[in-house]
Design a binder for this molecule. Sequence first.
Ligand SMILES: [Mg+2]
Length: 240
Amino acid sequence: MHSYNLKLMNNIKHVFFDLDNTLWDFRKNSEVTLKEMYKTKKVHEEYNVEFGDFHEKYYHKNEELWANFRDNLITKEQLRERRFKEAFEAVGINNVSLAEEFEKNYLDEVTHHHHLVEGAEDVLIYLENKGYSIHVLSNGFEEVTLRKVNKSNLKPYIKTITSAEEIQSKKPDSRIFYYTLEKANAKKEESILIGDDWIADILGAKNINLDAIFYNALQENFDFGDVVVIDKLRELKTIL
Ligand SMILES: [Mg+2]
């Protein structure tokens, strides 16, 4: 863990969490969902491609497209049109209707799984007991974001939920940060944001001088500057 300014954390009343892969284990829920769909649709039998090979391609394709979406290079519709089609193509499966079926069912199916990031509940209980107001700020689609929070064990702890779709602005845009602070009735100086996307979450927050903690879920290594970095969510208990 890197050094941090304890005095700075003293006046914090509101804790904003990014959702996907910060609290809600998107990677795990997604893999479990896709594995089931792959089996139901008999993809392996039909094309003799192992799920693991497909999933590796899908994972990287999806990450790449979400980064493009965040950077306003593609729209949500383009993301949804391309991710499965291109992942299947990458393993030699050229079947547009199969890709469309996956896309159509995926978002419904994925919110039937509720794995949370390791330590998430533990930390939320801790923060609530210490009197912090806890909020969610996600770049996800509105309806999906609400389902992820409300159908998982996150629900009792979360005071407000903001999704990018609500105001057509997404992290790292300043607008969504100001919007979520207002929605939470929170002062910037009394707030902190925790997220796993260096650009969207951390640079976005820093841009408006909102304190932020980088959850380095993938143990990446680059110059974090003066930003507080944690490898495990439970480390928050020593900071907040
Ligand atoms: Mg995230």
